[in-house]
Structures are given as structure tokens and as C-alpha cells.
Design a protein around this ligand. Structure first.
Ligand code: 5RP
Length: 252
């Protein structure tokens, strides 16, 4: 039935989904159905709690008819696991520097489809796969839909930094007017979160005047030496799908 991967592995629960989970699934299914075509041979798979539903849909008819000669590129450990466990062909950006479609979640998306990403600390790989893709599509539940970035995602802009430079970048951000930058710590608070690339993440909250011009903010942060990537995805998404708990999907 729906939600069951042909390999026999169920990667997302399909019974008793909460309204939020149903909303994520709706958005993911709609995006796959609309944007993944049989001729697409390289698909980028993003990170987060919505993306398992993307993989789930790709393993269902008619999409699974193309799976034997299609390659899937992960944005991190989680999506790599999803691809492998679903029995799909796992590829890397070295092999496939051009991707047909990348589908990924987001932490917040504004009216112009600019996004904050990196809640899962995957923003560097996610941006590489977004930029490598001919079509970059966002899937999310309705809570991520926002007028101005920073309105709903209060944790700040995720900034991936070289460990050696984190304190210097931290001070740079404070001088820029960043409110309380925070080195992201692991769950046990025993040390910083380390990304799939061996780096740290600083979360920086910026005032609305900054957030209203995400292109300028992205540019300023990225110019700081030691910053490897910024979780502001400006002008990258072609479409975003927001699932609502009432069973509707808003496509923008
Ligand atoms: C990870 C991300 C995720 O895509 C983002 O956090 C969205 O996750 P979810 O679908 O669980 O809300 O950017 O770095």
C-alpha cells in the first residue's frame, strides 16, 4: 500500500500520521508528481523530516519505473541512508555535477521563495545540490510559509564555519549587529555540532531590517573568512509546495 517501499522497507510510518506529518507528505508527493519526469536521470535528495516522503513517492508507481537507470545524490548522512535503504542507486556530485531536480525541505520560505535552511546543519551540501540542479524544489508544511524570513524561524541563520575560525567569525557577526550568535551545541551540550563536512555551525539572529534583504545579508556573511556556507538560499528555488493539515497543498 502507499508508504511501503518496494524493497519491503517502510521508511516512513503511514498509519496514524499527525496532521503535520500528513501535510509534509502531501507537499512531498505533489512536488515529486509535478517535477520529476521519466527522463530525469539524476535526482538530488535533501535533508529533514519532509524528505523521507519524497523518497517514498519516488519508490511508488509511476516514478519507480525509472529507478533502475536513475541516480540519487544525497545532501548528508540522513538522505544517504534513505537512498540506500530504499534500494536506489546512490551517486555523488563528483560523478554527477549536474542534477536534473533537487527536492529539499526548508526551515522558512518567504514570498519570493528565498529560504532559510540548515536547521539540520546540512546547508553546505544542500546548497551545492540546489545550485547543481536544473530545478530546485522546496517541500514543507504550512508552518514554513512566511512573508519575511525570520518571522517564524526564530533560531537564526545557520552559518557553517571552519572550526579553526569559529570564534573570529562569531565576533565578526556580533560587530555586524547579529543578536546573540550561538555556536550550535550537540544535544548533550558536551561539544559543538559537527557537520557532515567536519565543520561547526553558528546560528545568527538578525533584525528584520537585515532579513528583508537576504541577498545582501548572505553576501556580507559569506565574505567573512572562515565561513563556508550560509543557510540563506536566495533566488534558488523554482517552486515551493506547502502542505496544510486540512489536506490541501499550496504551490508557489
Ligand atoms: C537541514 C534543512 C532541512 O531541509 C530543514 O531543516 C527542513 O526540515 P524539515 O522538513 O524537517 O522541517 O535545511 O539542514
Amino acid at each position: 500500500g502507499p508508504g511501503v517501499i518496494p524493497t519491503g522497507l517502510r521508511i516512513t510510518p503511514h498509519d496514524d500520521l499527525t496532521p503535520e506529518e500528513k501535510a509534509k507528505r502531501l507537499a512531498a508527493y505533489a512536488a515529486v508528481d509535478e517535477h520529476v519526469k521519466p527522463q530525469h536521470k539524476v535526482i538530488g535528495i535533501g535533508s529533514g523530516s519532509t524528505v523521507p516522503y519524497v523518497v517514498e513517492r519516488l519508490c511508488q508507481p509511476p516514478h519507480n519505473n525509472s529507478n533502475s537507470d536513475r541516480w540519487y545524490i544525497p545532501t548528508g548522512f540522513q538522505s544517504k541512508e534513505l537512498i540506500v535503504k530504499a534500494g536506489l542507486n546512490l551517486g555523488d556530485v563528483d560523478q554527477f555535477p549536474t542534477i536534473d531536480v533537487t527536492i529539499d525541505g526548508a526551515d522558512e520560505v518567504d514570498d519570493e521563495l528565498n529560504a532559510i535552511k540548515g536547521g539540520g546543519a546540512c546547508q553546505l551540501r544542500e546548497k551545492v545540490l540546489a545550485e547543481a540542479a536544473t530545478h530546485f524544489i522546496i517541500v514543507a508544511d504550512s508552518r514554513k510559509d512566511s512573508k519575511v524570513l525570520g518571522h517564524t524561524w526564530k533560531q537564526g541563520v545557520p552559518i557553517e564555519v571552519a572550526p579553526f575560525a569559529w570564534a573570529k567569525v562569531f565576533v565578526n557577526l556580533q560587530k555586524m549587529g547579529c543578536e546573540n550568535p550561538a555556536l550550535r551545541m550537540g544535544k548533550m551540550k558536551a561539544g559543538p555540532v559537527v557537520t557532515d563536512n567536519g565543520n561547526f555551525v553558528i546560528d545568527g539572529v538578525f533584525s528584520e531590517s537585515y532579513m528583508r534583504d537576504p541577498a545582501e545579508l548572505l553576501h556580507r556573511i559569506k565574505m567573512l573568512t572562515g565561513v563556508l556556507e550560509v543557510g540563506l538560499f536566495v533566488g534558488m528555488a523554482e517552486a515551493a509546495y506547502f502542505g496544510y493539515p486540512d489536506g490541501t497543498v499550496l504551490a508557489r
